[in-house]
Design a protein around this ligand. Sequence first.
Ligand SMILES: Cc1cc2nc3c(=O)[nH]c(=O)nc-3n(C[C@H](O)[C@H](O)[C@H](O)COP(=O)(O)O)c2cc1C
Length: 192
Amino acid sequence: MKKHLVKFFILINLICLTSFALAQDVKGETDMDTLKPKILIAYYSYSGNTRAVAEAIRQETGGVLFEIKSNHAYPESYRDMTKQAQEEIKAGFRPVLTGQVDNMGQYDVVFIGSPNWWGTITPHISSFLAQYDLNGKTVVPFITHGGGGVQNTVRDLSVQCKGCKVSEKAWVGYGNETEGVRDWIKAVKILP
Ligand SMILES: Cc1cc2nc3c(=O)[nH]c(=O)nc-3n(C[C@H](O)[C@H](O)[C@H](O)COP(=O)(O)O)c2cc1C
C-alpha cells in the first residue's frame, strides 16, 4: 500500500512539473507575439513591379497583403494610358476602390506601395489614404519607378496620410528589383 502511495505522489509531481513547463513555454510564445506588430502591406500595381516588392515584404515580415484595386479602366495603348493617367492626376481624380481591408484598426504598421506615376503616387493610393483612418499608425512607403526615382511620391503620400507616422526610410526601387528588401526591413526597425 505504501509503495502505491509513493508511486501516486511521484506521478502527481510529474504531472505538476510538466504542466508548469508547458505553461512557461506558452507564456514565452505569447510574450513574443505581443511584441510583434500587426503588419498590413497595401499596394497598387498596374504592371506587376510593385506587386513583386509587396510579395518580398510579405516574405520578410509575415504581414498581410492587400491589393488596392478599382474597376476604373485604362486604354490598352501605353501612350494613351499614360496620357489618361497624367490628365487624371492633374485633375485630382480619385477612383472608387473595390474590396475592403478587413478591420484596419488591428494593424500597427501599414506598408503602402505605389508606382511612381508622373512624379507622384497613383490616384488609387490617394483614394486609399482618403478612405481609411491611419491616424497613429506607422506607415512605411515603398515606391517603384522607371528611372525617375522618388520624385514627389513619398512627400505627397505623407501629406495625404493624415496623422500617420511616415517612416523616413521608404523603399525606392527601379522596376521590380527586390534585392536589398531584407536589409531595408531591418533598417526600418519595425520587427522586434
Ligand atoms: C502612367 C505612368 C506614369 C509613369 N510615370 C513615371 C515617372 O514619372 N517616373 C518614373 O520613374 N517612372 C514612371 N513610370 C514607370 C513606373 O513607375 C514603373 O514602371 C513602375 O515600376 C511600375 O509599377 P507597377 O508595375 O507596379 O505598375 C510611369 C508609369 C506609368 C504607367
